[in-house]
Design a protein around this ligand. Structure first.
Ligand code: R5P
Length: 310
């Protein structure tokens, strides 16, 4: 087995490599003066089972292009099998046509990865499970839930906890977590009653006196979370925390969360934390390196990956 890392999340790649006791393959990924990407794999990979660890996070297009070029380099170097390990799969939110003449960019990205020469994809908490079907190569979608559940057990008294989905689209994910920890479920239902009027947030479920845990796949601007937290506190929740797999945290999101009444936001390291994330007083990062490393190992050994979640 060979592990290759792009530049998107070196820390996670090293943690996975440590867990597997397999050093990262020597590989140069750098820029020419005009910002073209140049890749050189500095070790023989002929006949090897190669795993490339690369999230397509900010800057999404650069990291995606790095991934494609690394795949191409490995294919031309006669790797036996190439698995793109993409802990955060960018473009996933563009998975349907929201209107006429709009692209389905998630499908385009899946096509690019396949055409570049990947044989398999390993990813984590895809925005929508159906995106697996965009790839015509085997795709394993891992779940951060077991890691999150362990952390919740360590930090909460479960009898007062209520799991909350911040929107109707996230109910299945939140229900799954509520079931795993034996907690009740509430839903934030955002509705714009009339065009031009601001959104009303209704809470489905009684959160009065409860410690609420918001669950979602992505936190980007932080708007969804902060608004949901306000609505829950207004309905009597004692405190509101959040567990989100992918901390995209664009623009002023970290400041927004720091200034909010969220007790704590817990994210995974699927996207490398910036300094401002590391220094934020109410953001904590938990690692999914062991989970991804186990999945890589099982893939290499042709063992079941789904049994990780039973
Ligand atoms: C949307 O469907 C996703 O699951 C997240 O709720 C969304 O991406 C969060 O975005 P933001 O933090 O910008 O509100």
């Amino acid at each position: 087995m060979k592990l290759v890392a792009g530049n998107s999340n070196r820390a996670l790649a090293e943690a996975i490599a440590n867990y597997l006791d397999t050093p990262l393959t020597k590989c140069v990924v750098r820029r020419f003066a005009d910002m073209e990407i140049f890749v050189e794999i500095e070790e023989n990979v002929r006949g090897e089972d190669v795993f490339i660890i690369q999230s397509t996070s900010f800057p999404a297009n650069d990291h995606l292009m790095e991934l494609l070029i690394i795949i191409d380099a490995l294919r031309r170097a006669s790797a036996r099998r190439i698995t793109a390990v993409i802990p955060y799969f960018g473009y996933a939110r563009q998975d349907r046509k929201p209107g006429p003449r709009a692209p389905i960019s998630a499908k385009l990205v899946a096509n690019l990865i396949t055409e570049a020469g990947a044989d398999r994809v390993l990813t984590l908490d895809l925005h929508a499970g159906q995106i697996q079907g965009f790839f015509d190569i085997p795709t394993d979608n891992l779940y951060a839930a077991p890691t999150i559940v362990r952390d919740i057990h360590d930090h909460f008294k479960l009898n007062s906890v209520m799991v909350v989905s911040p929107d109707v689209g996230g109910v299945v994910r939140a229900r799954g977590l509520a079931k795993r920890i034996g907690a009740s479920l509430a839903i934030v239902d955002k509705r714009r009653e009339r065009a031009g009027e601001s959104e009303v947030m209704n809470i489905i479920g009684d959160v009065d006196g409860r410690s609420c845990i918001l669950v979602d796949d992505i936190v980007d601007s932080g708007g969804t979370l902060c608004n949901a937290a306000e609505a829950l506190l207004a309905k009597g929740a004692t405190d509101v925390s959040a567990y989100i797999t992918h901390g995209v945290l664009s623009g002023a999101a970290v400041d927004r969360i720091a200034a909010s009444r969220l007790k704590e936001l817990v994210i995974t390291d699927s996207i490398e934390a910036t300094d401002s994330v590391r220094n934020a007083s109410n953001i904590r990062v938990i690692t999914i390196a062991p989970l991804i490393a186990e999945a890589v190992l099982r893939t290499a050994q042709e063992k079941s990956v789904s049994s990780l979640f039973h």
